[in-house]
Design a protein around this ligand. Sequence first.
Ligand SMILES: Nc1ncnc2c1ncn2[C@@H]1O[C@H](COP(=O)(O)OP(=O)(O)O)[C@@H](O)[C@H]1O
Ligand SMILES: [Mg+2]
Length: 238
Amino acid sequence: MILFQSVTKRYDEHTVLNSIELQIDKGEFMTLIGPSGAGKSTLIHALIGATSIDRGSITVNGSDITKFTREQLQDYRRGIGMVFQDFKLLPKKTVYENVAFAMEVCGTEEAATRKRTREVLEMVGLQNQSGQFPNQLSGGEKQRAAIARALVHNPKLFIADEPTGNLDPESSIEILNLLQKIHINGATVILATHNKHLVDRLMKRVVVMKAGMIVGDREESGYGMPKEVEEVERVELE
Ligand SMILES: Nc1ncnc2c1ncn2[C@@H]1O[C@H](COP(=O)(O)OP(=O)(O)O)[C@@H](O)[C@H]1O
Ligand SMILES: [Mg+2]
């Protein structure tokens, strides 16, 4: 279980996270939506301990991760799978090597690395492209490779920050389907996006952020978007 309590983060005078209160239960699929600059990435960076906060606490399974030592943080992050808009694949390594490398650096033995790498590549449907280099892949395939790499340690928490930001609608849906598969396999999933159309396809929990604050939070309603999304969009246009 993840609990944000009074989480505040400032850059000089600018409050980027303003007293955030948020609970994410184990096994949830939560979508964080809001316009660019709302603070979605900052919230995620705080959750993975990549950015400090000025006030509040972030408790994960009972421990305040903002108080973690460097070693504790490293351990904690190993249990998190993450993908980003820009894939972050190593250009001089093949798909297979990109994935296997994530295990090798953790000292996993060769046979186990080989087995798990094949497994995750199959899961994302890239078993036939494992010998290709990133520049030989489509955007959607690159993101699938990044997802495979993020899955090697079988993370209990999977975070995708604008994973479809560089993708066409068709590939975006593929990525969304994969995230749902990861969720069904038991992970807690957090998806941050400014793409409202993507969320229209999901009937899961939607948390709406705007200017560093949470302005909406809807459980699986089945009635489309929370009204706050429309409000945020209207304000944007004005
Ligand atoms: N390192 C930084 N220094 C100063 N301001 C930053 C930094 N990182 C993010 N910000 C500001 O914080 C706000 C929220 O950014 P971000 O979390 O990236 O939003 P989102 O992911 O919702 O687009 C933005 O106004 C951005 O300019
Ligand atoms: Mg962002």
